[in-house]
Ligand binder design. Sequence first.
Ligand code: CP
Ligand code: NVA
Length: 306
Amino acid sequence: MAIRHYLQFSDLTAGEYAWLFERAAIIKRKFKAYEKYHPLADRTLAMIFEKASTRTRVSFEAGMYQMGGSVVHLTTGDSQLGRAEPIEDSAKVIGRMVDLVMIRTFGQDKIERFAAHSRVPVINGLTNEFHPCQILADIFTFIEQRGSIAGKVVAWVGDGNNMANTWLQAADLLGFKVHLSTPRGYEVDQDVAGVRSRDSYKVFKDPMDACRGADLVTTDVWTSMGYEAENEERRKAFADWCVDEDMMRVAKPDALFMHCLPAHRGEEVAAEVIDGPQSVVWDEAENRMHVQKALMEYLLLGKVTG
Ligand code: CP
Ligand code: NVA
């Protein structure tokens, strides 16, 4: 089997996503039933973190162990990556010793360069531009709660960041619509998102209008990792982009609320919303592990059954 990387959401087809969502449900059931499932016995995942993480690290690490494999954890500070060893050299070396690599880094170009020199699959664990594993978990969570996402409306309130870019790619591929509302100066860069169809998103000035009639309302931090120097400026610009109960009220009555976490109550989301009855953020976080187990299984073994 030719190696496949997962560097952005558009790297897989709609058919492959249908498969992954089915596998994730099966793998989740096994986990809940304490059923031993070790398809990745003797396989090793290297995880490279150039930015902080809680969910991504725990979900990949626990997930790999649960599937019988093992992990190696590297950071910029404790490896030669932080001492300017060329990324191409690191990719060649690491790929000779492990079966799979997950990277969380800054520019997408870095992960692309790593993948180009890796002889094992590389997974994007978040870059400045994309967060495909998170959207995989978010859509799986939506499907669990509400069925197919095709034809539905997802309201994105906030920064035109890595999460927003990835939602746009997913809408394009899986046939739903994103209603985008971002403050001026923080819009999604269409070229970065690489969206093919103009029908898959609509831009709204007022976040209330973006939320009107939505099946899912979602947001993210005002300041993503790597942009901390802009924190004060962003706090002012984003003041009206807090998902509150008024925004949830204009969405569909059964609309869900999601947030990739970590969250800041009182900034991008009101406590009443994230801790309220429409919020599915804890399922969403847990599902990172189940979908990534399905993804790792698929990249290493293809379409296995059982
Ligand atoms: N959502 C997410 O990726 O969380 P972490 O930054 O904790 O990994
Ligand atoms: N957009 C956020 C997501 C964190 C999981 C960031 O990049 O920091």
